[in-house]
Design a protein around this ligand. Structure first.
Ligand SMILES: [Zn+2]
Length: 283
């Protein structure tokens, strides 16, 4: 499932094909993904110029010259493929239409962007650009973890007195937007905090330390995604999924990577989701 760094990588990969360009033709091959598409979506997109391709949490936001913004969520399995575009030295031929190609954007300049989503947990909607922050998918979101509103005093205050485990508190999108299971596990490991600790029982100093750790974990993943963008041009044009070395995520039974720690990465289930952590160095 794509998390914030993957979505940011998709955004950066789409910019050369989409930002500043007119959607020459949009094709919508089915009435819905997770929810119905907005009425006349293809007509509303066709002919519009994408003035800015932004991101809020795990949502891509394409501001259009028509005054609307296209909101895109990749869901569980959504993929963006770029073809036909000359990206630097590389060129991908348009692939044959595939099953689960649900929305296709033919851009002015020859690039084609295909949204493929086998499980259809993705979503797209259109809303007037000046109302986008109030869209029901975005309205309740907390600050961006890489933005200025996410700072140490904010997080300390937000978690004060909360008796939920710190893992669940950081996954709460109202506390901080876009953090998912993988990067919360990684951040807690680097901060040396057990995912089981009650948020309100952790000292303010240790909560404050989490802020730069979360930023670092996300920035490193975004950097890894950037490296994958340089590679994708040689592969099939698919954006957003990349190999990344995790310190705990998916490493159950393997040695902890904290220098000097002889612990073993352990998996527990919290709120129905796997938490990976080292019981030795995460307290
Ligand atoms: Zn350890």
């Amino acid at each position: 499932m794509p998390e914030l760094p993957e979505v940011e990588t998709v955004r950066r990969g789409l910019i050369p094909a989409m930002e500043g360009r007119v959607i020459a033709a949009a094709r919508v091959n089915r009435p819905d993904l997770r929810w119905p598409f907005p009425p006349r979506m293809a007509q509303r997109l066709t002919g519009a110029r994408i003035t800015r391709l932004g991101r809020r949490s795990k949502y891509l936001l394409a501001d259009l010259s028509s005054g609307e913004t296209l909101i895109v969520h990749l869901g569980m399995s959504g993929r963006m493929l770029v073809s036909g575009a000359v990206m630097g030295r590389f060129h991908h031929d348009h692939p044959a239409p595939a099953k689960h190609d649900h929305v296709v954007f033919d851009m002015e300049g020859g690039a084609r962007v295909t949204f493929n989503d086998a499980r259809r947990f993705g979503a797209m909607d259109l809303i007037e650009t000046d109302r986008v922050e109030g869209h029901w998918l975005l309205a309740g979101l907390g600050p961006e973890p890489l933005g200025n509103a996410f700072h140490q005093d904010y997080l300390v205050e937000r978690l004060r007195g909360r008796m939920t485990p710190i893992k669940a508190a950081l996954l709460d999108q109202r506390v901080v937007a876009g953090l998912g299971n993988i990067y919360v596990c990684e951040a807690l490991h680097r901060a040396g905090i057990s995912p089981k600790r009650k948020a309100g029982r952790i000292s303010a100093a240790r909560i404050a330390e989490l802020v730069p750790v979360i930023r670092t974990v996300l920035q490193e993943a975004i950097a890894a995604g950037g490296s994958s963008l340089r590679d994708y041009r040689q592969s099939d044009g698919e954006l957003g999924y990349f190999q990344h070395d995790f310190r705990v995520y998916g490493r159950e039974g393997q040695p902890c990577r904290t220098p000097g720690c002889c612990g073993t990465v352990t998996r527990i289930v919290q709120s129905g989701r796997s938490s990976f952590y080292c019981p030795q160095c995460q307290r």
